[in-house]
Design a binder for this molecule. Structure first.
Ligand SMILES: NC(=O)c1ccc[n+]([C@@H]2O[C@H](COP(=O)([O-])OP(=O)(O)OC[C@H]3O[C@@H](n4cnc5c(N)ncnc54)[C@H](OP(=O)(O)O)[C@@H]3O)[C@@H](O)[C@H]2O)c1
Length: 405
C-alpha cells in the first residue's frame, strides 16, 4: 500500500521518481545533513562514513571557519568509532551556517542535493525562545529551499515519537496530524509537532518522510561513549529505587546506532509505503521499569535491596535534596572541581519531567518500519551493561551535562 496524504504534482513526482529509479540519470546520492555535531546527526554521518556517497555529502555546521567546521564534523563522527582516525572530510563539504540565519540555505552547492536529512534541533526541555525559531521557522525555510527542487529524491525530517503529545497509547501509531501546544509536556515536543504538521500542510510538493525516534539512549556496541544523554536519569532512579511511574510502565528505548542505520535506510530506499515512521523498540523490544531496575541492581550488586516504591511528584524534591547531600558526602575527595555539588533545582526538574514522560507508558508501534523489511531494534536490556560500564568513571554531574548544555 502506498500512503500519500499530500500528493506532489504529477509532473514533479514523475521527475523525482524517475531520478530515484534511474541511477544513471540521477547520479549517486548527494546528501545534505544538518545536526551533524549532535548525537543523532553524528551517528548518521558515522553510519555513512564508509559509503561511496560520503565524500559527496554536505554538512551544515556552526563554526567560525570551514577548517573549524571540518574539525567539528570529524570530532563528532569520531565519537561513534573505535578507530582513532575519523574519516577525511574536506572544507568543500562544509556549509557554514546558523539555522537562525534566514540566508542559511543560500549556498549554490545545495542545488545539487538529492537527499536532505534534517536532524538539527534545539532539544532542550526548557522554555527557550530559540526552540520555535530553530525547530519550526528554520525547518520551514529549509523546506521552502527544497520545495520544487527537481533533483530532490527525499526530504527526511527527524521528528520525535513524543510529538504525539499526552493521553495516547498504550500503543501509539503514527498519526499524520500531531496535536499542538496544550497537549505537550514540554515546548520542545510541541515545536516538533508544529514543524511536522506545517511541513505537510505547506509543502505538498516536498518528497517528505518524517522519521520519529522514541527515546534514544547510548550505542549498542559503545554504550554511552558517544553520549550519556538520559542514561544517567535511569541510573539515578535505580539508586533512589523510587519514582513516580508504576514498576510495570514501559520505556521505549533505542540505541543511537540503530536509529542512525534506520534513518539512512529510510533515506536511501527507493520506494517507501508511508510518509511517517516510528523508529522504536515497539511491543517486542520495550522494557518495563522493573526489568531495568533489576538489571541495574544486579550490575551494582544491590539485588537484595528494598523493593521499588512508587511515590508522588511531591516526594521528588525531598528525594533530590537527600540524594544531593549523599552525593556531596560520597564525592568529598573527588578530584573533579565542584563534583561534590549537584544542582538540586536541575535534579528536581529532571526527575519531574522524565517522571511525567515515564508515566505516559508509551510503546510506539513499529509495524510500518518492519513492513519495509528493516530490522527490529535491539532491546535496551541487551546493551544496558555496556552503557553502565562506559559511565562508571564519569561523575553524575558530568553525565547530566549531556542534557543540560
Ligand atoms: N536524542 C533523543 O533522545 C531524540 C529522540 C527523538 C528524536 N530526536 C530528534 O533527533 C534530532 C537530533 O537530536 P539530538 O539528540 O542529536 O540533538 P543534539 O545532540 O542536541 O544535537 C542538536 C544538533 O542541532 C544543531 N543545532 C541546534 N541549533 C542550531 C542552529 N541554530 N544552527 C545550526 N545547527 C543547530 C546542533 O549544533 P551545535 O553542535 O552547533 O549546537 C547539533 O548538531 C532532533 O531533531 C530531535 O528532535 C532525538
Amino acid at each position: 500500500m502506498v500512503f500519500n496524504l499530500f500528493p506532489r504534482s504529477p509532473w514533479l513526482r514523475g521527475k523525482q521518481e524517475l531520478a530515484a529509479q534511474n541511477p544513471s540519470e540521477a547520479g549517486s546520492p548527494r546528501i545534505f545533513l544538518t545536526g551533524v555535531t549532535g548525537f543523532v546527526g553524528g551517528a548518521i554521518a558515522a553510519n555513512l562514513a564508509g559509503s561511496a556517497s560520503f565524500k559527496e555529502m554536505l554538512f551544515l555546521v556552526r563554526a567560525q571557519s570551514a577548517a573549524e567546521g571540518v574539525r567539528r564534523v570529524r570530532a563528532s563522527i569520531a565519537r561513534f568509532t573505535r578507530s582513532a582516525a575519523p574519516p577525511a572530510v574536506s572544507e568543500r563539504q562544509i556549509i557554514l551556517a546558523d539555522l537562525k540565519d534566514p540566508q542559511a540555505f543560500s549556498d549554490a552547492r545545495l542545488n545539487d542535493v538529492t537527499h536532505v536529512i534534517h536532524s538539527a534541533a534545539v532539544t532542550s526541555f526548557a522554555d527557550r525562545p530559540d526552540i520555535w525559531e530553530v525547530n519550526v521557522n528554520a525547518t520551514l525555510r529549509l523546506a521552502a529551499r527544497f520545495s520544487g527542487h527537481t533533483r530532490l529524491r527525499r526530504f527526511v525530517y527527524v521528528g520525535t515519537a513524543m510529538a504525539c503529545g499526552v493521553a495516547r497509547g498504550p500503543v501509539v501509531t503514527e498519526s499524520m496530524r500531531l496535536p499542538e501546544e496544550r497537549a505537550h509536556l514540554v515546548p520542545y515536543t510541541a515545536s516538533k509537532a508544529q514543524a511536522e504538521n506545517q511541513l505537510r500542510e505547506r509543502f505538498p510538493e516536498l518528497p517528505l518522510v518524517s522519521v520519529r525516534p522514541s527515546i534514544i539512549i547510548g550505542h549498542s556496541a559503545l554504550g554511552c561513549k558517544p553520549s550519556a544523554s538520559i542514561f544517567w536519569i535511569l541510573k539515578l532512579v535505580s539508586q533512589l529505587n523510587r519514582f513516580v511511574c508504576p514498576p510495570t510502565a514501559h520505556l521505549d528505548i533505542v540505541p543511537v546506532d540503530y536509529c542512525a542505520q534506520t534513518i539512512v535506510a529510510l533515506t536511501l530506499k527507493e520506494t517507501l509505503g508511508f510518509s511517517a515512521y516510528h523508529i522504536a523498540a515497539g511491543l517486542n523490544g520495550s522494557a518495563m521499569v522493573e526489568e531495568l531496575l533489576q538489571a541495574f541492581h544486579s550490575m551494582d550488586g544491590t539485588a537484595a535491596g528494598q523493593p521499588y516504591e512508587r511515590v508522588s511528584e511531591e516526594a521528588l524534591l525531598p528525594l533530590a535534596r537527600s540524594y544531593s547531600s549523599r552525593y556531596a558526602a560520597e564525592n568529598r575527595v573527588a578530584k573533579e572541581p565542584g563534583s561534590g555539588l549537584l544542582n538540586i533545582r536541575m535534579l528536581h526538574k529532571a526527575l519531574m519531567l522524565y517522571g511525567r514522560f515515564s508515566k505516559l507508558n508509551y510503546i510506539f508501534d513499529t509495524q510500518r518500519l518492519l513492513s519495509e523489511g528493516l530490522a527490529p531494534a535491539p532491546s535496551f536490556l541487551d546493551y544496558i551493561g555496556r552503557c553502565d560500564r562506559s559511565t562508571r568513571k564519569l561523575s553524575l554531574k558530568a553525565q547530566m551535562a549531556y542534557d543540560f548544555k
